[in-house]
Write a protein that binds this ligand. Structure first.
Ligand code: SF4
Ligand code: SF4
Length: 67
């Protein structure tokens, strides 16, 4: 089963992955990371198709996608 995870430490809250996801299953967390950013999170892992568009879009390599 596909699984997308964001490492909060590296996320700068730019939102590019949210725009890139064709399934629209990424949002900003209500929590903030150590740098003060609302980091991205996948809220519906079951709908992830492991297309990796979020992974290739993230400028800070904060995203991991597993199949
Ligand atoms: S791998 Fe694709 S479907 Fe899954 S969260 Fe990333 S962009 Fe969305
Ligand atoms: S593209 Fe990367 S840095 Fe930007 S919000 Fe998504 S995970 Fe965070």
């Amino acid at each position: 089963m596909p699984k997308m995870t964001v490492d909060p430490y590296y996320c700068k809250g730019c939102g590019l992955c949210i725009k890139a996801c064709p399934k629209k299953i990424i949002r900003f967390s209500e929590e903030i990371n150590a740098k003060g950013y609302h980091y991205a999170e996948c809220f519906d892992q079951d709908s992830c198709i492991a297309c990796k568009l979020c992974y290739v879009t993230c400028p800070d390599v904060a995203i991991t996608v597993e199949k």
